[in-house]
Design a protein around this ligand. Structure first.
Ligand code: PRP
Length: 181
């Protein structure tokens, strides 16, 4: 196991403010309508829980689990669904909730998949947009923050399934990249 330490990059307070701003926009845009939030597991579960509790319109929630094939931390374009949507989406306004959009490959695939569920509309809400790594064009309607580089964990994001529970977002700094005991 490579040695690493965590360096705080986005505080819990900043996340709180970011969620307030995102929810305010969504509440404004969907006033008088109802929405179905679809969270992409596992990473989105904390973000979606905090976002949903700030929404003022009628809300239903569902989750999907997607697996992308690739080596290490890279998606390679091949995605499969291991848990599909369970709610009927036909005629509904859907917001797909992601913790992070990186290459965009996972979400692009899922948006195509969603078409078969014939929703009335689909928008994307992502807490973190890692724009500089984007490989496919993707319209993200609601972006919490743009992050340029670094391997980040916390607030749902993991490193080998660790650190999802952290209330803030941290960067993983490896020993060989400058960290020593
Ligand atoms: C992350 C994230 C997105 C996807 C984004 O999930 O939650 O679903 O990667 O990557 P992309 O834009 O390059 O396709 P991950 O596969 O790490 O699973 P997890 O949410 O269970 O941690």
């Amino acid at each position: 196991m490579r040695k690493y330490r965590l360096v705080e990059r986005i505080s819990a307070e900043k996340l709180n403010d970011c969620l307030d701003a995102l929810a305010a926009r969504i509440n404004r845009d969907y006033e008088g309508q109802s929405v179905i939030l679809i969270g992409v597991l596992k990473g989105a579960f904390i973000f979606m829980a905090d976002l949903a509790r700030r929404l003022t319109m009628p809300v239903k929630m569902d989750f999907v689990r997607l697996a992308s094939y690739g080596d290490g931390d890279k998606s390679c374009g091949s995605v499969r669904i291991t848990k599909d949507v369970e709610l009927p989406l036909c005629g509904s306004h859907v917001i797909v909730v992601e913790d992070i959009v990186d290459t965009g490959i996972t979400l692009k695939w899922f948006l195509d998949h969603l078409k078969s569920h014939c929703p009335e509309s689909v928008r994307i809400c992502a807490l973190i947009d890692k724009k500089e790594r984007r490989q496919v064009e993707l319209p993200i309607d609601y972006v919490g923050m743009t992050v340029d580089a670094g391997f980040i964990v916390g607030y749902g994001l993991d490193f080998s399934e660790n650190h999802r529970h952290l209330p803030m977002i941290c960067e993983v700094v490896f020993e060989e990249d400058g960290f020593t005991d």
